[in-house]
Design a protein around this ligand. Structure first.
Ligand code: FE2
Ligand code: FE2
Length: 153
C-alpha cells in the first residue's frame, strides 16, 4: 500500500535538508586540521559519522524506491522512466562509494597524509554526486506531484 503522496514528498524533502546538514558537518570534519596525536580520535569520529550517514542514506533510498515516489513518477510521467532508472543507478553508486570510503578509512590505521587526502577527496566526490542527484530528484518530485495535483482526477 503506497504511503500518502504528500507525506512522502514532505518526508523526502525533510531528509534532503538533513543530508545537506550532515554533509556540511562531515566536510567540516575532513577540512579541519588533525591535532597532533589526535589522529585515532579524528578517524574514529569520522568513521562513526560516516557510518551513520551511510545508514541514513540507505534508509532514504528505501523510502524513495519503496515508499511510492518512484512509482508515482512512472504513473504520472511514464516518459520520465529513464530519469528514474538513472536515480536508482546513482543510489547504488552512492551506496557503494560510501561503503568504499568507510573501508578505505579503516585501512588507514596510521596517520598518512597522502592516503587521508585521497579518502577525503573521495568523500567530496560522493558528496558532489549526492548534491546533483538530490537536485534532479527534487525537480522530478516537484513536476510529478504538481502535475498530479493539476490533473484534476
Ligand atoms: Fe535519491
Ligand atoms: Fe533523495
Amino acid at each position: 500500500m503506497p504511503l500518502d503522496e504528500r507525506n512522502i514528498a514532505q518526508k523526502i524533502r525533510e531528509e534532503h535538508e538533513h543530508m545537506k546538514e550532515e554533509m556540511a558537518r562531515i566536510k567540516g570534519m575532513i577540512g579541519a586540521e588533525i591535532p597532533a596525536g589526535g589522529y585515532a580520535k579524528w578517524r574514529m569520529d569520522l568513521l562513526w559519522t560516516l557510518r551513520d550517514f551511510c545508514t541514513d542514506m540507505q534508509k532514504h533510498f528505501d523510502l524513495e524506491e519503496e515508499g511510492g515516489f518512484m512509482h508515482d513518477v512512472l504513473r504520472v510521467a511514464p516518459h520520465r522512466s529513464s530519469a528514474v532508472e538513472k536515480l536508482e543507478d546513482e543510489h547504488e553508486q552512492i551506496q557503494e562509494g560510501l561503503e568504499a570510503v568507510l573501508r578505505d578509512l579503516k585501512a588507514v590505521e596510521e596517520q598518512d597524509e597522502e592516503k587521508i587526502a585521497r579518502v577525503c577527496s573521495d568523500i567530496q566526490a560522493i558528496f558532489d554526486l549526492i548534491a546533483t542527484h538530490e537536485e534532479e530528484e527534487s525537480d522530478l518530485m516537484m513536476s510529478t506531484y504538481m502535475q498530479d495535483e493539476g490533473g484534476g482526477d
